[in-house]
Structure formats: C-alpha cells, structure tokens
Design a protein. Structure first.
Length: 99
C-alpha cells in the first residue's frame, strides 16, 4: 500500500505538474533567472528538496525505508533537504555522503 502524498504547497494551478524532469542546463538557467528576480538560492533548494521528498514519500511502501545518497554539490544539498523533509514526516531515512 502506498502512502498518501504529503501536502504540497498549492502555489501552482491545480492542473500544473508538481515535478518534471528538465535538462541540467535548463535548470541552471532557470535558477539564474529566479535569482535575478530576487528569489534566494536557499528558497530554490528548499522547494526542490520538498518536491523530491513528496515524490519519494508517495513511491515507497508502508514499511519502506529510504536511503538518500548525497554528493558534494548542490544536488547533494537537495538530497539532505529531502531527507530532512522525509524525516519530519515520520519516515525512516538514512543519508550517506558520497564524495
């Protein structure tokens, strides 16, 4: 049985997808544009972390455990953030720092 998806902030219209894959170059460009408009990089990372955590929580089984592998870059930061959200939702999470 899958867990219900944790509440996601409804900043988007109901029909807008809450996650989708994009190329890394596009992601970097969007981050730069958002920062140019005054959105702090920390805010972008928090939103990415919550999105990853929400999808992971919806995918695991009731008794599932989650392992988050975190590299040294900003994606690693997203991983640590996702683990923090998952843990705050009461899910069993283990993080491993990769170098």
């Amino acid at each position: 049985m899958r867990r219900p998806l944790p509440a996601i902030p409804r900043a988007w219209p109901p029909s807008y997808p809450t996650h989708r894959a994009i190329a890394s170059e596009v992601s970097r460009q969007l981050d730069q544009e958002a920062e140019a408009w005054g959105v702090p990089s920390f805010t972008l990372m928090e939103h990415a972390s919550q999105g990853v955590a929400s999808v992971a929580a919806a995918m695991i089984e009731q008794q599932g455990r989650i392992l988050v592998l975190c590299g040294p870059g900003t994606n690693g930061g997203d991983g640590y953030g996702a683990a923090r959200f998952l843990r705050s939702w009461g899910l069993p999470v283990r993080t491993v720092a990769m170098s």
